[in-house]
Design a protein around this ligand. Sequence first.
Ligand code: KE4
Length: 428
Amino acid sequence: MNIRSKLYFERAKKAIPGGVNSPVRACLAVKSDPIFFERGEGAYLIDADGNRYIDYVASWGPIILGHAHPNIIAEIYFASKRGTSFGAPTWLEVEMAETINRCIPSMEKVRLVNSGTEATMSALRLARAFTGRKKILKFDGCYHGHGDSLLVKAGSGLATFGIPSSPGVPEELTAHTISVPYNDEIAVEEAFKKYGSEIACVILEPVPANMGVVIPRGDFLNFLREITQRYGSLLIFDEVITGFRVSLGGAQELFNIKPDITCLGKIIGGGLPVGAYGGREEIMSLVAPEGPVYQAGTLSGNPIAVSAGLATIKELMKPGSYDRLEALSQLLEDGIKNVLAELGLPYRVTRFKSMLTLFFTSKEVSNFQDALTSDTDKFALFWQGMLKRGVYLPPSQFEAWFVSLAHNEDHIEKTIEATRETLLELKG
Ligand code: KE4
């Protein structure tokens, strides 16, 4: 039972819009009230009613070590004993910037901010300043936070300009945003043929997770690197999810691509608010106060948040961390695929390292249009069934399940069994 969660939610709705501080948490997509949690322990979340769940949301990515990791807690404790914020530089920020640069060499200089949204918003401003151009190209289904220029719906037809996807976003701000299907080289080529000399940058999640997990086809990322260089546009990798998730060097290390600017978040804060953007020194030198491109933040580089992030990265640097994540994630993928085969269900599983999506569609998913063929009503019933069996999944078909280093073979086995029982129940 979730009696306390329901009580808390009633109170929350009176004090907070929709009762939550971020829309997806409202669980509207899975036709459920949100669960209010009291604490996390390793691979588990415990809710206000004492129910225990194996957690695959991982706070939408940051909790790659599992909840309440002792080393993170210790670093937060010692940092907080020294004070919470100074509004002045600390050595910790230098250590974080140098650590990021060592892991992701394309980030020659790094600016710390407080969220992924701030990182991508600032990266766009910087790209527009560096190139002197206004237009940006993004991909349908890729999410980069709630910055105005990025809250666009794909225009009808290819390579047309974005339409605001939220009231309050003036069309003047999205008129410069072109959105095309991911994995579609022809659409990108067409957009550049039309507007190439005006396009400041291409921004993408190198391995999207916000339409569910989608894998870049063949040479798509290399193609983007080549065409942006050809037209003098910048390539921005939004690695807010993939940064330190898929490898220490992010997706760019695995695909051997050097973007001009990279955006980070989530894991580099270890669960506390940290974002970052960085890139070639020539570009970053435009950022104030070194250059004229203004960007600021009261709590940017906060010593406690940075301490949590550094403790997380330190753990991930230990030999075998990513092998372990891969082994557990492969076990989960294989187990789910075996259940689908056993039950004769045509659903699709897409996995990239320790992020995975079970799409309730028989269509191979290589872009947002494909993902939209998923049966979201059936996903909602699946989500509810898994919750009932003690497994907490992201409350949306268009998100990724995250495996952490706190998960083990037993958690995976229990998840596969819960998947089997739930899908069997749905089959009726
Ligand atoms: P934040 O501003 O939420 O820290 O980061 C925005 C962002 C930027 N780029 C990517 C690739 C992202 O995935 C995100 C945020 N991700 C969502 C869920 N996938 C956060 C969950 C939420 O909005 O509550």
